[in-house]
Write a protein that binds this ligand. Structure first.
Ligand SMILES: Nc1ncnc2c1ncn2[C@@H]1O[C@H](COP(=O)(O)OP(=O)(O)OP(=O)(O)O)[C@@H](O)[C@H]1O
Length: 303
């Protein structure tokens, strides 16, 4: 079905998950930058792009003409002051907010993300700040909630437990037991469980909305390690964060939103002072730090 507001190619509805991390994307090696993009150029094709995306809530312009590209093997941080549009951007990628205008593209093909299920089917998983874990259920039950393995009323607990450990091992997660209720876990471990649940759908893009917001130093370090591992495994990570330490530790590129617009794009090495100046509008829009493509991409560079 064609997007009602947009001319151009027919958008895809979610019918099958595209190639996941580790699997080659058919378009992954072509040039990606386009005229007029506010983002610095990078060397491979984006997995997901937003083009001219706008979203209003009543009289509030939450996103205005936003262009962004998301690449595999990369952590793209999205920063901005309160109300800058960060969560709305996450919501568009998650299929929770339908843009009023503009396009979402997966592998360069326009798609319709009109539900979280549609986004997941197209390889985009989002972990919101409220992790939506059920406190009294154990780790396995939370991971497979609604997607239980087994037939009829008989659940294959052994298989679910095996898969739970498998995904947690992939993340090098230190969880004492997968049979403990998640309320007994630390904030960092709960974040890991929420990410592990997202990974069970084999997404290419993982969107994390303020994953360290309420965590202590050690738990934050756990989550930042987790993000590094996601990138090393080939995922594209979109990190919505307020935390300077998060950006310095893991971001390859940093997109600054201000009043719903892209204010500039910066390298991961940009000082927090410079980012703050951009977030608060103390520097002109579009004056992001120029950077080389390989600086921008991360790709297991050991950052
Ligand atoms: N569901 C909604 N209904 C009405 N207005 C909304 C809704 N969601 C967001 N907004 C408004 O859109 C603007 C952008 O909000 P958004 O939550 O995306 O910003 P943010 O950068 O994530 O802010 P914060 O850091 O405070 O969470 C704000 O003015 C907000 O009040």
């Amino acid at each position: 079905m064609r997007e009602p507001t947009e001319p151009g190619p027919t958008p895809l509805r979610a019918t099958a998950a595209p190639a996941g991390p580790g699997g080659a994307s058919p378009r992954a090696s072509s040039a990606s930058a386009e005229p007029g993009s506010t983002l610095p150029r990078v060397s491979s094709a984006p997995v997901v792009s937003l083009r001219g995306v706008s979203k209003r809530f009543g009289g509030v312009r939450a996103l205005v003409d936003v262009d962004v590209d998301v690449h595999e093997h990369e952590v793209l941080a999205v920063v901005g002051d309160n109300g800058a549009g960060k969560s709305t951007l996450a919501g568009v990628l998650a299929g929770a907010h339908r843009p009023d205008s503009g396009q979402v593209l997966v592998d360069g093909v326009p798609v319709v993300l009109d539900s979280p299920a549609a986004a997941r089917a197209l390889g985009i998983a989002t972990v919101f700040q409220e992790l939506a874990l059920v406190n009294d259920l154990d780790v396995v039950e939370n991971l497979f909630l609604g997607h239980e393995v087994g037939s009829g009323v008989f659940l294959d607990e052994v298989e679910m437990e095996r898969r739970a450990w498998q995904v947690l091992d992939q993340l090098a997660a230190s969880v004492p037991s997968v049979r403990d209720p998640v309320r007994t876990l630390s904030g960092g471990q709960r974040q890991v469980i929420a990410v592990a649940r997202a990974l069970l759908g084999s997404p290419r893009v993982v969107v994390l909305d303020e994953p360290t917001a309420s965590l202590g130093v050690r738990q934050t370090a756990e989550v930042l390690n987790l993000i590094t591992r996601l990138r090393a495994r080939g995922h594209a990570v979109v990190l919505i964060s307020h935390q300077a330490g998060d950006l310095q530790a893991v971001a390859d590129r940093i997109l600054v939103l201000r009043l719903g617009r892209v204010h500039g794009a910066y390298t991961g090495e940009t000082s927090y002072e410079d980012l703050l100046a951009a977030m608060t509008g103390a520097v002109r829009p579009g004056s992001g730090t120029p950077m080389k493509a390989d600086q921008a991409r991360g790709s297991g560079t050991g950052r």
